[in-house]
Design a binder for this molecule. Sequence first.
Ligand code: SF4
Ligand code: SF4
Ligand code: SF4
Length: 268
Amino acid sequence: MDQNTLTINGHAYNFEPGQTILQIAQHNNIDIPNLCHLKGTRPTGACRICIVELEESWGKKLVSSCSTPAKKDMVVHTESPEIVKYRKIYLGLMLDSGNHNCDIGSAADESWTDFQIAAMENDKKEELCPVWGDCELQALAYRYQVKGRVSGRHREPLLLPVEDDNSFIYRDMSRCILCGRCVAACNEVQVNQAIDFGFRGNSGKIIAGTGTTLRNSSCVFCGECVQVCPVGALVEKKNLGKGRPWETEKIRTTCPYCGVGCQQLLHR
Ligand code: SF4
Ligand code: SF4
Ligand code: SF4
């Protein structure tokens, strides 16, 4: 039988019709960075970090691998100089769009040790981000050595105060990169439909209900959005200031809430 095969970074892989380039890459342990992709939900192509290069008969083109279905005999590259150039631009724009004050990119002129020491010193700052060291944007910015301007507060949501009127979720839209993972998690995974994209352009933000707080919306505080948020925009309130993930012991246990028996990791 004629198999569906494409080439990624010079190696041939089989695929099933309907699979995206990102799905095939992930299935074969090929690293394509991404920030908006959420497994099991509809792809949005919002962050553009997962761009790959396709060789076409007329030249090369860049596409989002999360939203591009694989085609027979496609030739894909995942880390070419052109891709890296655009990933850096997109990461820089994301850093500039919010309150990302975590010393990203300082490793360009310091050793890794100096970078860590500087960050630990910054840790004393009241304003330092609660997810420092556990942030997908920070990790990618470090990987691609992109430094934000820190002062780039040009989006309207950055003027919003932190939403802190509930007992469970610390919601800081000044650090939101509008990836949409939380919206997919709430609407497609949990089917709670408590949050969505609201407004347009520089006023664009994730809204609860028709523009209220989570507490006053249909949010049930399941936490699904918190666990998928790649940055420090949604943080579990109980964890704030209680230690970094690598400082805690993780114990696998069973959630006692209902009879499904979901496994979870308790951090202590
Ligand atoms: S959300 Fe991530 S990138 Fe932004 S300040 Fe926090 S750690 Fe840094
Ligand atoms: S915590 Fe609220 S907003 Fe988040 S996924 Fe659950 S219901 Fe939706
Ligand atoms: S709150 Fe988090 S998950 Fe939701 S859009 Fe913003 S960055 Fe993405």
